[in-house]
Design a protein around this ligand. Structure first.
Ligand code: NDP
Length: 328
């Protein structure tokens, strides 16, 4: 099986030379293990953090070691009761063609009619749950809230915005291209802007002249500062990500005094702490995805494991609309 290993740590943008393609023998499964042939793997922004040699909520990848991350694949051998050849499982050993997975880290999935299997590592997987928990639990969405979502054409942002719309809110989104803004308009966002068109603070004021109550932050930096500026009293922000700073070491501007004066609630969160919300998320959002009330896009890169490093580099550059995936 072929796999990707970390060759070196990037400074700034990752480059293909930071990754290495290697071949390895797949060992026989032991009791409690499955052998899975991956069909799709996810590339995610948090993986940029794992390329750095710093302690974080996920341990750094080690040089010379194979990478990991979400994937969905087909069981090709099973030493576990309840799992058979042909079952589809979501698990954490992406970045390789064939994985030997402990059954407790594999989740069997059966896609409902009309929902592709890839959705289980996208809109119905970790990114989807992140949107749900961030918006409802962390930002404590309440009736009447005006909601601003940055990174709104991405996997997390596009669902966060649509959930807020389905719950009857005014929703503003920002994204990085005219095509992405057009998609947000199609999704029913009340206003959307391309953050390249001017200062985020000005663009947000035009899009949300009455201010905002909730900010779902995927971007940090200027977006965060502009959102704090636009916040009404008692506003709430779910600090989900800060992708504008992932490839740099520059400190982000931070409007602390304004946050204090407006009695804001700013709360960071890490989705792996919120697994207890998964069932509620699937019960509520699953039907919306199946009947089309929630739309989702995927940017699928073909070419298998070999294509994954470039797909990841391109994700950080905004090449994706919706979830970025690699197909094997
Ligand atoms: P996306 O699908 O949103 O992909 C990343 C997007 O980020 C790109 O498409 C690009 O879109 C945008 N981007 C890149 N650079 C910049 C920049 N300098 N300024 C503004 N936007 C930029 O990824 P996800 O939906 O998977 O993740 C979105 C965010 O949520 C990330 O910050 C991620 O780290 C975070 N996250 C946090 C979790 C948690 O537990 N807290 C869990 C999952 C995700 P564009 O063209 O619009 O610039």
């Amino acid at each position: 099986s072929r796999e990707i290993r970390l060759a070196s740590r990037p400074e700034g943008e990752p480059e293909p030379s930071n990754f290495e393609l290697a071949e390895t023998d797949v060992r026989a499964p032991q009791r409690g293990e499955l052998v899975v042939r991956n069909r799709y793997m996810s590339v995610d922004p948090y993986m940029r953090g794992r390329m750095k040699d710093v302690k974080s909520y996920t341990p750094p990848w080690q040089i010379g070691q194979q990478l990991d991350g979400a994937a969905i694949g087909e069981v090709i051998a099973s030493k576990v009761d309840g799992f058979a050849e042909g079952d589809l499982v979501v698990h954490g050993l992406g970045w390789r063609e064939v994985a030997v997975v402990k059954a407790q880290y594999a989740q069997k999935v059966t896609p409902p009619a009309g929902v592709p299997e890839s959705a289980f590592i996208g809109v119905l997987g970790m990114p989807g749950l992140t949107a749900y928990v961030g918006l409802l639990d962390i930002a404590e969405l309440r009736d009447g809230d005006i909601v601003f979502v940055s990174g709104a054409a991405g996997a997390v942002g596009s669902l966060a915005g649509q959930i807020a719309k389905l719950k009857g809110h005014t929703v503003i989104g920002s994204a990085g291209s005219p095509e992405k803004v057009e998609w947000l308009n199609e999704l029913g966002f009340d206003a959307a802007f391309d953050y390249h068109d001017g200062e985020v603070r000005t663009l947000l004021r035009e899009a949300a002249p009455d201010g905002i109550d909730v900010y779902f932050d995927n971007v940090g930096g200027d977006h965060f500062a502009a959102a704090i500026h636009a916040m009404k009293q008692n506003g709430r922000a779910a600090l989900c990500g800060a992708i504008s700073s992932y490839n740099t070491d520059e400190p982000a501007p931070f409007q602390l005094m304004q946050a204090i004066g407006k009695r804001l609630k700013l709360q960071g969160f890490i989705i792996s702490d919120h697994g207890d919300r998964r069932q509620a998320f699937i019960d509520e959002v699953g039907p919306w995805v199946a009947d089309g009330r929630v739309q989702f896009r995927e940017t699928i890169v073909d070419g298998g494991v070999e294509a994954a490093p470039q797909a990841f580099i391109d994700l950080l550059r905004g090449a994706n609309t919706g979830k970025m995936l690699v197909r094997f």
